[in-house]
Ligand binder design. Structure first.
Ligand code: GLU
Length: 464
C-alpha cells in the first residue's frame, strides 16, 4: 500500500504553529514511507476564507520546506464533484431531502430542552420503510441530510489516542447540502479523502468529533476508511491554549523574529513526538525516525526558551554566506547601509556563536555600520582615569600594528603591562567606544573586524 497523507488547512488565517506541526507530521509520515503528501485548501467557508490566507499557507509551507507531491487542491473548485456525490447518495437512499425550516428546528429544540434532552434533529423527513412522509411545502428549499445508522456504534483505533467509540444514537442525520445546494464541511472532507485515496488522516484533535460522522459517510459510499491519527493541541508557555495572545503564532512571524526554518522544524518535530532523548536532529533523520507510535496523546507545551536554544544550535552551524544573506536584508530594513568594510561575513562568523536569533545577529552587526553614539554614562562608568593614557598610547600603536586579531591582541597586552592595568580596564572602555556594548566576543577579534581608520576615529571621539 502506498501511504497517502494530506494537510488540509482552512484559509481563514495564517499558517499557525499548530497547523505547521500537523503539516510536518503528515509530510514526514509520507516521506518516511516513500508515500505521497497532498496539500488541500479547504476554502468552502467563503465568508472567512481569503486569498491572503491561502498565500500565507503557501508561504509558510515553502519557508519550512514542506513540499507537496499533489495539489494544492481547492475545495471551491470541486463543487461539481461534491454535488454529483450528493445526487448519487439521494438516488441510493443514503441521503434525503429535509424541509424542516429553521423556525421548526428551533421549536423542536425548545421542546427537547424543556424535557432536558439533548437538542437534535428528530428525523421527521427521514424516510423509513412504511413511514408516510409529510407533503413537501410549496416553494420550500430543502437541505440534504445523511441517513446516519441509528443503531450500533462507530469505533476506530486512533493511531495516537487508541480506541475511540461513538454511539450512532448520539449522531444526528448530518446536513450534507445546504438549502442553496452547497455541500457542507464534513461532506467535502469525506469526498476529498476518498477521491484522493488518503490512507492516513493526521490532523488536530479538534476533529475527533467529526470523525464518526465522516466514517459513516465513507462507509455508505463504499470507500476504504483511512486510519486516523489525532494530534493533541499545543499549549502556550503558560499552559493555556496556544493563541494569538502568545504572540508569534504565525509561522512567518518566526521568520520575521529571526528563527531558521530548520530550527523551527526540529523544534516542532519534538512538540509531542520523541525519539529517545534526541533533541537535535536533521530533517532527514526526522523523516527516517518518524512514526505515529511515539506521538504523545497528551497536550504538548510550547517553550520559547527551548526554541531559542534549538535556533542557537542551528545558527552556530549555519554557513556564514547564508547568514550574511539573511542578516543583510534585516539591516537594510532598519535603514542601515551595509558597507563592504567591515565585512559582514566576518562579523556574523564571530557573533553567530553568541546569539539566539538572526535579529540578535543583526543587532550585533548593526553597530559596525552606524554612526555610533555609545551611551555617555556607560562609557564614563567604564573609562577610568588610569585607562585614558593607556588608550591614548594604544591608539598610537594601532596606527601601525598589523591589522589582524593576534597583533592587535598583542598590542593591547603590551599596553596593560606597561600601564599596570588589568585587562578589563582597557578592554571594557574599548568595547563601549567601538560597539556601544560591554558584552562582546574577545576584544582583539572585535577590533580586528573594523577597518583601522574606523577604530581610530571611534576612539578619537572620546579620547581627544
Ligand atoms: N480544514 C481543517 C482545519 O483547518 C482540517 C480538516 C482535516 O484535516 O480533516 O482545521
Amino acid at each position: 500500500m502506498t501511504i497517502r497523507t494530506r494537510f488540509a488547512p482552512s484559509p481563514t488565517g495564517f499558517l499557525h504553529i499548530g497547523g505547521a506541526r500537523t503539516a510536518l507530521f503528515s509530510w514526514a509520515y509520507a516521506r518516511k514511507h516513500g508515500g505521497t503528501f497532498i496539500l488541500r485548501i479547504e476554502d468552502t467557508d467563503v465568508e472567512r476564507s481569503t486569498p491572503e490566507a491561502v498565500q500565507a499557507i503557501l508561504d509558510g509551507m515553502a519557508w519550512l520546506n514542506l513540499d507537496y507531491d499533489e495539489g494544492p487542491f481547492y475545495q471551491m473548485q470541486r463543487m461539481e464533484r461534491y454535488k454529483a456525490v450528493i445526487q448519487h447518495m439521494l438516488a441510493q437512499g443514503q441521503a434525503y431531502y429535509c424541509y424542516t425550516s429553521p423556525a421548526e428546528l428551533e421549536a423542536m429544540r425548545e421542546v427537547q430542552r424543556a424535557r432536558s434532552e439533548k437538542p437534535r434533529y428528530d428525523g421527521r423527513w427521514r424516510p423509513e420503510p412504511g413511514k408516510v412522509l409529510p407533503e413537501p411545502p410549496a416553494g420550500g428549499a430543502p437541505v440534504v441530510r445523511f441517513k446516519n445508522p441509528t443503531s450500533g456504534s462507530v469505533i476506530w483505533k486512533d493511531l495516537v489516542k487508541g480506541y475511540i467509540e461513538f454511539d450512532n444514537g448520539e449522531l444526528d442525520d448530518l446536513i450534507i447540502a445546504r438549502a442553496d445546494g452547497t455541500p457542507t464541511y464534513n461532506f467535502c472532507v469525506v469526498v476529498d479523502d476518498w477521491d484522493m485515496g488518503i490512507t492516513h488522516v493526521i490532523r488536530g484533535d479538534d476533529h475527533v468529533n467529526n470523525t464518526p460522522r465522516q466514517i459513516n459517510i465513507l462507509k455508505a459510499l463504499g470507500a476504504t476508511v483511512p486510519q486516523y491519527a489525532h494530534l493533541s493541541m499545543i499549549l502556550g508557555d503558560d499552559g493555556t491554549k496556544l493563541s494569538k495572545r502568545h504572540g508569534a503564532v504565525s509561522v512567518m512571524q518566526y521568520d520575521e523574529d529571526g528563527y531558521l526554518p530548520e530550527a523551527v522544524i526540529n523544534y516542532l518535530a519534538r512538540l509531542g513526538w520523541s525519539h529517545g532523548d534526541d533533541e537535535i536532529f536533521s530533517v532527514e533523520q526526522f523523516c527516517a525516525w518518524f512514526d505515529l507510535d511515539h506521538i504523545t496523546p497528551s497536550a504538548a507545551q510550547f517553550n520559547t526558551e527551548k526554541l531559542n536554544w534549538v535556533n542557537q544550535h542551528y545558527l552556530k552551524q549555519a554557513d556564514n554566506a547564508r547568514l550574511v544573506a539573511l542578516v543583510r536584508p534585516r539591516l537594510e530594513a532598519r535603514g542601515v547601509t551595509v558597507s563592504a568594510l567591515p565585512a559582514l561575513e566576518a562579523i556574523v562568523a564571530l557573533y553567530k556563536e553568541r546569539v539566539a536569533t538572526l535579529n540578535e545577529l543583526a543587532d550585533a552587526a548593526e553597530v559596525f555600520y552606524i554612526d555610533l553614539h555609545p551611551d555617555r554614562e556607560l562609557l564614563h562608568s567604564q573609562l577610568s582615569a588610569e585607562a585614558v593614557p593607556a588608550l591614548h598610547e594604544l591608539m598610537g600603536r594601532f596606527r601601525d600594528v598589523t591589522w589582524e586579531a593576534q597583533a592587535i591582541g598583542a598590542a593591547i597586552k603590551e599596553m596593560i603591562g606597561k600601564h599596570g592595568l588589568k585587562m578589563p580596564k582597557l578592554a571594557m572602555p574599548l568595547r563601549v567606544m567601538l560597539t556601544g556594548q560591554t558584552q562582546t566576543p574577545s576584544v582583539d577579534a572585535v577590533v580586528a573586524l573594523f577597518p583601522r581608520e574606523l577604530v581610530l576615529a571611534r576612539m578619537a571621539q572620546y579620547l581627544e
